[in-house]
Design a binder for this molecule. Sequence first.
Ligand code: HEC
Length: 390
Amino acid sequence: MEAHIAEWLNLLVRWIHFIVGVAWIGASFYFNWLENHLNRQAPQEKGIDGNLWAVHGGGFYHLKKFTNGPDKLPEVLHWFKWEAYMTWVSGMTMLTIVYYYNAQAMMIDPSVFALSPIAAITIGISSGILSWFVYDFLCKSPLKDKPLILGFIIFLYLALLAFILSQFLSPRAAYIHVGAAIGTIMAANVFFVIIPAQKELVKALSESRTPDPSYGASGLLRSRHNNYLTLPVLFIMISNHFPSTYGNQYNWLVLIAVSAVGILVRHYYNIRHLKKAMWMLPTALFAFILIVMATMPAKQKALSDSETVSTADVLTIFQQRCFSCHSSQPTQAGFSSPPAGLAYDKKGVLENNADKINTQVTQKIMPLGNLTKMTEAEREKINRWYRSLK
Ligand code: HEC
């Protein structure tokens, strides 16, 4: 009953997180695109920096960007902030439902580090808060006048975070907490810097004075960071479904490498209107292929007849180590239905999923948190069973 409700709650919050996240990133991409595509050629109307015509959904739109703002504040002015806040709130709720509520299974991997659930949760929560303070400190330091170096140092900090978390938390928890730290930085940027900068703009306009330029400069810097962080954070969100990423021995390095590719792709879209960015997309694709090759599992040699293993030979291992979660009626607390829809007590399910099972077992992702205490010898035997099927 409780697990059943937790599952539906997970679904609801995930759905909301996804929707508001699309709205946030969609708006951010759209305004970025708008800024880059404004027609700024003279002649422009008085006080207008640039304008743009677009056709969408059955109508023509004509947008203008003001050099300093309108003479008088419009009655209705739209802000874009709730998407950001809701994405963060729903993300944190999901982190709690999926990871903190089930910390023993989801956050701890005894083969990585034998933490207590409280310690794992403390590391998880404090990594997000700490990251915001480190990032904010860097952005306010004299580095703010050297955006390229600042960007590089922020990237190094996030790389270090990925490395440190991967030394303590289960691989997926480490990944998602790097994502949560980035998401926290992005949402806090909106809350603490970008929206206050816009409020200053509006206030200055209503008081007929020129806005304090320091607000605008930091708002622009933080928006730019948010823009570059979108592709890495989206990658981290989906990576949880791809064991070749978080399951790699050097999973933190995979995270950094794929994020760097994402940043390069984002950069291409930011500057492609300047027509000197042609090399970026092929480079990103090439780097991606290199990552695929570098993470390729070693080829295993063929088994001799005496080494082959049948399903009957490994059934007890599955019964002891997996059935508590992966069966039609799970007995493990917190599970009301077999996770990922995999009920190994059903005919043919083991064989049909042998590929996935082999990956999860040999990369030590399953059994989750090794709650059922699977041994090395058993992992090796499952691997031979998988190879015998081929
Ligand atoms: C404590 C509960 C638990 C135990 C025990 C457990 N699993 Fe899982 N398993 C899960 C959960 C939860 C998921 C879903 C993860 C997700 O949705 O990303 C999962 C997902 C999987 C998947 C699907 C992964 C994918 O990418 O689709 C496979 C394969 C798997 N488990 C195999 C096993 C095997 C084999 C065992 C036994 C050696 C095992 N599991 C033991 C909880 C468990």
